[in-house]
Design a protein around this ligand. Structure first.
Ligand code: DP6
Length: 333
């Protein structure tokens, strides 16, 4: 049995940073995101009785042991549900650099869950796919769905209520995202380690968790009303608070470089001069500018001009993770 799935990264506007249960990977806060359209991960899962162990490769190269282990745990869950003992060969490819703060783990685990569920002959609904993806990587729970998505923190100790659900379809509010790539290297501190260190050492961690529900509610209202200004305010606020939290860890975590800061200032200038645009930044130095389509060209030109910005990508909002018909894995981006 084999299946091929595609998922796109999502960008959190209200951030997830911290876990209420590290073993089950349950988030300490809810989050709210937009799923992108033009960046993707494609993953093929081949289940074969003859395989002695699960294998994982990226663009044909074997993955690191820790990455394979994370995937094996997820496959174990599905094997258990399917009553199967067969191992799987997982082949994956990204249209964008991994581990650089472009949410490759989000699209990666979302594509994996959808492909592996099919390859093991299971049929699961979106909430269940999202729960399984969450166990792999918290942000992946959101890439199961397209458009605007809310991740529920949940309160159940077993995590049954910690999954994402769709809020608004991509076509219902077609925003654009302009991504300023300021470095293509892997980040020094991955999100999992970064949030663990922050929770253990930042004096501001409890205040961050306490403030999150209000941010989610404000963002949810802004999406329902298609209120760009309100979404801009809460998104920038959530992003800056998340980074303030990381900075306040011990040792402090600095995800930004000089170009990130310059890009942030440029986005604020553009907004002050009338463009409908706001920024957000994840656990890496790339800046994502979310804007109305009419302003996207101006924003892209302004960000491309900044010294240290090596590339600018543009994307609309897109669909959730889904099976795709077999085709060469290495289609062009
Ligand atoms: C800054 O989902 O990568 O992008 O659950 O440990 O795999 P794990 O973390 P991950 O963290 C994402 C952090 C973030 C904010 C967000 O996407 O909400």
């Amino acid at each position: 049995m084999q299946a091929l799935a595609q998922a796109q990264p999502n960008i959190a506007l209200v951030k997830y940073w911290g876990k209420r249960d590290a073993r089950l990977n349950l988030p300490a806060t809810g989050s709210l995101s937009i799923t992108l359209e033009s960046l993707w991960t494609r993953t093929r899962v081949v289940v074969e009785d003859s395989l002695e162990a699960d294998t994982l490769s990226f663009d044909g190269r074997p993955a690191r042991a820790a990455q394979t282990e994370r995937v094996r745990r997820l496959l174990d869950d599905l094997r258990g549900r399917a009553g199967s003992r067969a191992c799987a060969r997982v082949e994956t490819t990204n249209s964008f650099p991994m581990g650089a703060g472009l949410a490759s783990s989000a699209s990666g685990f979302a594509a994996l869950v959808v492909a592996a569920t099919e390859a093991f002959g299971l049929a699961l609904d979106g909430a269940e796919l999202s729960r399984i993806a969450r166990a792999g990587s918290g942000s992946a729970a959101r890439s199961i769905f397209g458009g605007f998505v809310e991740m529920h923190r949940g309160v159940a100790p077993d995590g049954r209520d910690a999954h994402a659900s769709p809020l608004l379809a991509a076509e219902a509010w077609p925003l654009e995202v302009v991504i300023a790539i300021t470095s293509t290297g892997e980040k020094e501190v991955g999100s999992t380690e970064g949030m663990t260190r922050t929770a253990l050492t930042s004096p501001y961690y409890d205040a961050w968790v306490a403030g999150s529900d209000a941010d989610i509610a404000a963002a949810r209202d802004a999406v329902a009303a298609r209120d760009f200004g309100a979404l801009a305010d809460v998104s920038e606020h959530s992003c800056l608070r998340m980074h303030a939290l990381a900075l306040s860890a011990d040792p402090g975590i600095v995800y930004w470089n000089g170009a990130t800061v310059e890009a942030l200032r440029r986005v604020r200038d553009l907004r002050r001069s009338g463009s409908a645009v706001f920024f957000t930044i994840d656990a890496g130095p790339q800046l994502k500018a979310v804007c109305q389509p009419a302003d996207a060209q101006r924003v892209a030109d302004a960000l491309r001009d900044i010294p240290g910005v090596v590339k600018v990508l543009r994307s609309g909002l897109g669909a959730g993770a889904r099976l795709i018909t077999p085709e060469p894995l290495r289609a062009s981006a």
